[in-house]
Design a protein around this ligand. Structure first.
Ligand SMILES: Nc1ncnc2c1ncn2[C@@H]1O[C@H](COP(=O)(O)OP(=O)(O)OP(=O)(O)O)[C@@H](O)[C@H]1O
Length: 289
């Protein structure tokens, strides 16, 4: 029986990659005999609104063409709905797609996962009444994120490199209180990150080893290290080989509270709000291809 899919496209993702990828994906899905309705978003609000309309319309599945910001917006509606969701990576970071093993640079292969039709449920984190599809960061990384969002130049991934170097000049360790399932850790730290997937910033494995469907949050605390050592750690983050470092602490739990003065947390690359923030987990909240 032909399935009816809704293709929700953020044309601005990946500086226009979303718009370029969408026709390729549409053709692939239709060639496989699927009926596809395409919706191109014109603003951020469209992503949630269209996702809600797609669920109400009785479509069999939704396929998102976009990056982590698009997935975050759609997940607010699709999370807990039971709606099978396909992901076609078209962002700059694509960390959620990376976590669930979707081919990152081959939209036709990503579409083939939808065509194959196998689904599985993955966990989503929760904070401040929002669903988080990747990682909430606080500390050096959220300050870099804040700086990136203020920058108009350069474009793309290199903004992170420029912002990281700029932030390093003034950053000092922050006094954190991290409570994991009732156990309080008080420590100065450079970074406290929590989430259900392993990477942010386009593949930096800050939560190396996180499993997307184990019902647990992973937490990484990077305790005070020199600026030069923090900089040296970044290439290791890309491979996840920073973990054996004695000042990198990894924990798991289901309820996490993070407190620190003057820190704004970011989640899925978007501003979440000032600490303190309680993070929880909704096991199996999103059904993905
Ligand atoms: N037409 C639009 N439709 C949807 N979102 C839009 C639109 N125009 C701007 N946006 C904004 O674009 C943001 C970024 O989209 P997205 O995350 O998909 O791309 P990206 O930033 O290139 O990728 P990544 O987050 O993976 O690095 C969204 O969070 C949304 O706020």
């Amino acid at each position: 029986m032909a399935r009816h899919l809704a293709l929700v496209v953020n044309p601005t993702s990946g500086r226009g990659l979303g718009a370029r990828v969408a026709p390729v994906v549409l053709a692939r899905l239709e060639a496989a005999g699927l009926t596809v309705s395409e919706f191109v978003t014109t603003c951020a609000e469209d992503v949630g609104r269209i996702s809600a309309e797609v669920i109400a319309s009785g479509a069999d599945a939704v396929v998102l063409v976009g990056g982590d910001g698009t997935i975050h917006l759609a997940a607010q509606v699709l999370g807990g709905s039971g709606m099978p969701t396909g992901i076609i990576p078209a962002g700059t970071g694509n960390d959620f797609a990376r976590a669930i093993g979707v081919p990152l640079k081959n939209p036709e292969a990503a579409a083939d996962r939808v065509i194959a039709g196998n689904t599985r449920a993955v966990d989503l984190a929760t904070a401040k009444g929002e669903l988080i599809t990747t990682i909430m960061c606080s500390g050096f990384d959220s300050k870099v994120n804040e700086r990136v969002n203020r920058m108009s130049w350069p474009k793309g991934q290199s903004r992170y490199t420029v912002a990281t170097i700029a932030e390093l000049r003034t950053f000092a360790p922050i006094p954190f209180k991290v409570t994991v399932d009732g156990e309080l850790i008080e420590t100065d730290a450079m970074i406290v990150a929590v989430g259900s997937t392993s990477s942010y910033g386009g593949g930096l494995q800050i939560l190396a080893g996180a499993v997307v469907d184990d019902g647990l949050l992973d937490i990484t605390i990077i305790e005070p290290i020199s600026r030069i050592k923090l900089l040296q750690m970044f290439p290791k983050l890309a491979k996840g080989t920073h973990v054996p470092h004695p000042l990198v602490r990894q924990l798991r739990g289901t309820a996490v509270r993070i407190e620190a003065p003057g820190v704004t947390a970011y989640a899925d690359g978007e501003r979440l709000g000032p600490l303190p923030i309680d993070v929880g987990i909704k096991p199996g909240a999103l059904l993905i291809y």
